[in-house]
Design a protein around this ligand. Structure first.
Ligand SMILES: NC(=O)C1=CN([C@@H]2O[C@H](COP(=O)(O)OP(=O)(O)OC[C@H]3O[C@@H](n4cnc5c(N)ncnc54)[C@H](OP(=O)(O)O)[C@@H]3O)[C@@H](O)[C@H]2O)C=CC1
Ligand SMILES: N[C@@H](CC=O)C(=O)O
Length: 434
């Protein structure tokens, strides 16, 4: 067997601790799979005094900068998270000839271009399977298995924390804050859970998926983002009344045009939406993730599994580690992302969606006609309408056909201005056959 490869670990929290455990427990198997042993050279943390089960304290350091440039380090794993110092450390590592593995979707979605450029310049590997959908092998299939196909759509649940919260609200009637605390205790949430509940984490993952699927540059800033903090118990009950469930969806799609297969551009968005209970994504419970990929020749593919948590994420990190270690041992760096297609990312207003709208209305003759007129004024066609309750309790529930999002949101604004509408009680986008 060849002399071993030395690995520096940046961060030893929820994910990092599990990476250490797997490296120790599976040392013999990993050595056999790579063809050379993998050895931990050092672990950078902020607070070395913290108790970390199964971690050799003598490996801990607070000098991450020195660790990534050490001559005896071959590969760097970054699981600190956030933009800085993670970006500087990864760039330094690649500059000094190390290949890098990261789970950092926030950084990849904000400034992946700088990292990929450095990987190209210094001939380093940059792998990041763990950054999207935890344990689920999703990025490698997109990058390698489907690279000969033409992907038109990627749609799914890519944030475990918000799926856990929405699932608890739907099945147990749990409160938002209570469910979020549970998700945090289970190690699913980001260090700042705002990233989860406001949709930033899912938006970063959507940007990474869109970039790989469509070979076009997409950053987090291009993604239309809505989180779940506004999803109320009434919204969840409204969905239940429609035999639906609310999920935070990430949707990346080519927007068709009459000429050219690439379409007019791409639409990349994250928002809570109602989906019918019969939809396969409706049965994705707790912190699980699931993603559909629709490709021209392959058809529809579904990827499902644990989307968050230390061990599932560490599994994806270790998969990358074996791939990178094989490349390092063999002297051949793997492919670095190329975004040759410069497709525009279209504004949300041009994206075609459907709305569910629940209105508290005056229970009197002519209400339905006035409401319908407002939809017609914006060229939005109604698929179904029904009245729930009577008198003071009267509500109209409207589900639209597909229309540009700008027309749908203008309709909602128009409805808010109608005298016979006491309140627009709930507005949610709809995906699937409702
Ligand atoms: N948790 C999950 O389910 C998943 C997480 N990820 C991603 O993995 C990464 C890590 O997440 P997670 O393990 O949950 O995060 P944690 O907050 O649990 O761990 C972060 C680690 O980084 C260390 N750290 C923070 N700042 C510095 C610094 N300046 N220098 C050195 N070390 C530092 C911390 O040290 P100390 O312990 O001393 O505070 C800690 O060990 C993030 O990018 C996250 O988005 C991806 C998929 C799933
Ligand atoms: N906070 C993230 C962790 C994994 O990416 C999530 O909840 O999905």
């Amino acid at each position: 067997m060849k002399p071993g490869l030395r690995v520096a670990l940046l961060g030893c929290g929820v994910v990092g601790t599990e990476v250490v455990r797997l490296l120790n427990e599976q040392a013999a198997d990993l050595a056999a799979r790579v063809g050379t042993p993998l050895e931990l050279a050092g672990i950078a943390v902020r607070r070395p005094e913290r108790v970390r089960e199964g971690v050799d304290r003598s490996l801990l350091t607070t000098d991450a900068q020195a660790l990534v440039t050490r001559d005896d380090v071959d590969i760097v794993i970054e699981v600190i998270g956030g933009i800085e110092p993670a970006r500087t450390l990864m760039l330094e590592a690649m500059k000094s000839g190390k290949s890098v593995i990261t789970a950092n979707k926030a950084l990849l979605a904000e400034d992946g271009a700088t990292l990929f450029a450095a990987a190209r310049e210094y001939g380093a590997d940059l792998y990041y399977e763990a950054s999207v959908a935890g344990a689920i092998p999703l990025l490698r299939p997109l990058r390698e298995s489907l690279v000969g196909d033409h992907v038109n759509r990627v749609l799914g649940i890519v944030n475990g924390t918000t799926n856990y919260i929405l699932d608890q609200m739907d099945t147990n009637g749990a409160g938002f804050n209570e469910a979020l605390e549970e998700a945090q205790a289970l190690g699913y949430a980001e260090a700042d859970p705002t990233a989860d509940v406001e949709g930033f984490d899912a938006a970063a993952k959507a940007a990474i998926l869109a970039q790989l699927a469509f070979h076009t540059p997409v950053t987090a800033a291009n993604v239309h983002r809505e989180g779940i903090t506004e999803v109320s118990a009434a919204d969840v009950a409204g969905a239940q009344g429609m035999d639906c469930v609310v999920k935070l969806l990430a949707i990346c799609e080519r927007v068709p045009s009459k000429d050219g297969r690439n379409g007019r551009g791409v639409s990349v968005r994250v928002y809570p939406a109602m989906i019918p209970r019969s939809h396969p994504l409706a049965s994705v419970r707790e912190a699980y993730n699931a993603v559909f990929v629709e490709a021209e020749s392959a058809g529809s593919l579904m990827f499902y599994g644990a989307g968050a948590g230390g061990a599932p994420t560490a599994s994806a990190v270790l998969g990358d580690l074996v791939a990178v270690a094989r490349n390092v041992a063999g002297g051949t760096p793997g492919p670095v992302e190329v975004t040759y297609a410069k497709l525009p990312v279209l504004p949300m207003g041009e994206t075609v969606t459907r709305y569910y709208i629940q209105l508290d209305v005056a229970d009197e003759a002519g209400v339905l006609a006035t409401v319908a007129e407002e939809f017609a004024r914006h060229d939005v066609s109604i698929q179904a309408v029904r009245q729930v309750g009577m008198g003071e309790e009267a509500q109209l529930v409207v589900v639209t056909h597909r229309a540009p999002d700008a027309a749908l949101s203008a309709t909602v604004e128009g409805l808010r201005g109608l005298e016979i509408v006491r309140e627009v009680a709930s507005v949610m986008r709809v995906e699937g056959d409702v």
